[in-house]
Design a protein around this ligand. Structure first.
Ligand code: HEC
Ligand code: HEC
Ligand code: HEC
Ligand code: HEC
Ligand code: HEC
Ligand code: HEC
Ligand code: HEC
Length: 376
């Protein structure tokens, strides 16, 4: 029986017997609120407590998790490592010059066209910088995304991905991309935790990076429940999601799931190469099974495993290793006629994004034929 039907029937029985069970209704509603929570969303009336509080009881997990770059997806300018170690960065675009210079624990972003210039203090560094790092500042009260970004590969500034490379018509246009409040909220929701409250961006509340509560939801009631010995743990546990919900709705809230990708402007071509949930969903045979959900290959509490060998066992959970092997109910996907190992090197190639100065792993698992365009 579906849960909805059950609730309906229970409600009916409760009414028929004439008792009114408001407290348990409320408890049920609260349980539902926790189970329906998704990253980047809000959970009304529950406060965040910060990862340090989680560490009190989940210490090993918290320590490990700090190695994951998601926890460093955003840094306030005073603690931004790249800008600390690169106190002067320059970039030229025709008559335009860009400079980021360190002054104490601040960094100043300056655009000049030879005659005049605009300077603004950088507020936040977005991205730990594995591929690159983009800067967010305010100009006349509006949040901007910098037109130039830092790239690890070249250790220098270059155009931010998807920004125009033409010579701007005005200094203001040269600064970068002004963001609507909604747009800015989106950036902070994916790269930090607790930045949005009551539908409003509140940067003074944010915790840098994807903290525990960025994935599990605000923890105030959980901590209280544990301390009170309450059986209802009052925290979102993604382990309860099915494989597609986990990949598409949970990780996909930030990494961009199938439905979200279809609604995005400019999602075609190479732009969706970085939308792993979208791409894996398109790949034949690779959805609807826990052995192919994001957490089958990636531990969200640990750093990314590098090297193709690590992933072989993940593929062989479904695929036979050789053509002579006998199919079982669980392992029934065909064997590769070419190789028994290093599967991802051929079937999940690393592709350089134009202007991105970095390679991304194509999660559209497939037979890659030389000369064929990358599907999208
Ligand atoms: C006072 C100790 C304590 C604190 C603080 C605490 N937890 Fe827990 N947490 C527990 C215990 C105990 C369990 C139950 C463990 C079990 O059943 O294995 C648990 C379970 C969980 C679960 C699994 C829930 C489920 O449905 O199985 C998650 C997720 C979780 N905690 C996340 C967090 C996060 C995030 C924080 C910080 C906001 C946090 N915890 C803070 C003690 C704590
Ligand atoms: C709240 C948003 C958010 C959610 C939810 C989220 N991620 Fe991320 N993830 C990010 C951001 C932002 C980065 C980029 C961090 C950086 O490099 O600055 C990232 C990076 C990663 C990386 C790359 C790490 C590296 O070393 O390059 C992996 C792998 C990853 N996430 C897996 C997952 C998985 C699996 C899930 C679901 C269980 C998930 N993420 C959920 C925001 C999120
Ligand atoms: C829908 C969620 C989402 C939004 C909105 C978003 N990002 Fe990201 N961002 C991610 C994820 C997820 C990654 C990691 C992707 C990957 O490596 O495949 C990422 C990666 C990055 C990186 C590269 C990080 C690195 O270590 O190489 C930069 C820079 C970045 N984002 C900047 C921004 C800026 C600036 C904004 C807003 C102006 C923004 N992002 C908005 C989710 C988001
Ligand atoms: C990127 C998203 C993400 C972040 C950030 C994250 N978790 Fe988790 N967490 C998950 C997922 C997904 C699962 C379910 C894992 C699974 O099914 O293998 C999980 C499971 C758990 C569990 C239950 C473990 C179990 O074995 O049942 C606990 C406890 C937990 N997380 C605590 C934390 C704490 C504490 C932090 C911060 C240090 C944290 N998580 C940060 C995604 C995340
Ligand atoms: C079958 C295994 C597998 C599954 C399932 C999988 N990935 Fe990956 N992922 C990989 C491999 C392999 C790499 C590259 C690791 C390396 O750097 O060597 C990778 C890398 C990444 C990266 C780092 C950026 C990049 O492009 O290299 C992110 C982010 C990521 N995966 C997110 C996800 C998300 C989100 C999901 C769920 C939709 C997912 N992955 C599912 C195998 C997998
Ligand atoms: C959940 C089980 C599962 C996992 C895990 C899995 N596969 Fe598959 N794979 C399938 C199924 C099912 C098919 C479709 C077979 C068919 O009907 O032709 C398939 C098809 C393929 C194909 C053929 C695609 C095509 O278009 O013809 C390739 C290549 C492939 N998988 C490689 C991999 C690699 C590499 C990995 C690990 C990174 C992997 N698979 C992980 C189940 C899985
Ligand atoms: C050196 C590159 C390479 C490696 C490594 C590799 N494959 Fe393949 N694989 C191919 C090529 C090329 C084909 C297409 C062969 C053809 O069509 O004749 C293929 C075909 C396949 C197919 C389709 C088989 C069918 O009958 O439809 C599957 C599934 C597959 N590989 C899975 C894997 C798995 C799993 C691994 C790791 C155990 C792996 N591959 C390692 C290159 C590779």
């Amino acid at each position: 029986m579906s849960t909805r039907l059950k609730t309906l029937l229970l409600g009916f029985v409760a009414l028929a017997f004439g008792f009114w069970s408001l407290p348990s209704d409320r408890a049920q509603a609260q349980r539902d609120a926790f189970s329906k929570w998704r990253p980047t969303h809000e959970l009304a009336d529950v406060n965040y407590v910060g990862s340090a509080a989680c560490a009190q009881c989940h210490a090993p997990l918290t320590a490990k998790r700090l190695a994951n770059p998601m926890s460093r997806a955003l840094a306030p300018v005073d603690s931004c490592e790249i800008l600390k170690t690169h106190p002067k960065l320059n970039f030229r675009n025709g008559p335009y010059n860009y400079q980021i210079s360190r002054e104490g624990n601040r960094s100043i972003y300056t655009t000049s066209n030879g005659q005049s210039s605009i300077s603004e203090p950088i507020l936040y560094c977005f991205g730990q910088g594995k591929a690159g790092q983009t800067y967010v500042f305010q100009h006349r009260g509006v949040f901007y995304e910098s037109r130039v970004s830092y790239y690890q590969e070249t250790e220098a500034l270059d155009f931010t991905i998807l920004h125009s490379h033409s010579v701007p018509e005005s200094l203001e246009e040269g600064l970068g991309r002004p963001m609507t409040m909604e747009g800015a909220q989106g950036c902070f929701a994916c790269h930090s935790t607790a930045a949005v409250k009551a539908g409003q961006l509140q940067v003074d509340h944010l915790m840098p990076g994807v903290a525990c509560e960025g994935c599990h939801g605000p923890g105030e009631k959980h901590v209280a429940a544990i301390k009170a010995g309450n059986k209802n743990l009052q925290i979102f546990n993604p382990a309860k999601l099915d494989a597609d919900e986990l990949s598409q709705e949970f990780c996909g809230a930030c990494h961009v799931g199938f439905e979200k990708a279809l609604l995005m402007p400019k999602q075609g071509g190479m732009n969706n190469l970085r939308y792993q949930p979208y791409r894996i969903f398109n790949s034949r045979g690779h959805s609807g099974d826990a052995r192919i959900s994001c957490v089958a290959c990636h531990d969200p509490h640990d750093k990314l495993a590098e090297g193709a060998a690590f992933y072989d066992s993940k593929c062989l959970a479904c695929h036979l290793a050789t053509r002579n092997e006998v199919k079982t109910e669980l392992r029934s996907a065909p064997a590769c006629p070419v190789s028994k190992q290093q599967c991802t090197t051929c079937h999940m190639p690393k592709i350089e994004l134009p202007g991105g100065h970095a390679k991304f792993t194509d999660h559209w698992i497939r037979i890659v034929k030389p000369g064929e365009p990358i599907p999208n």
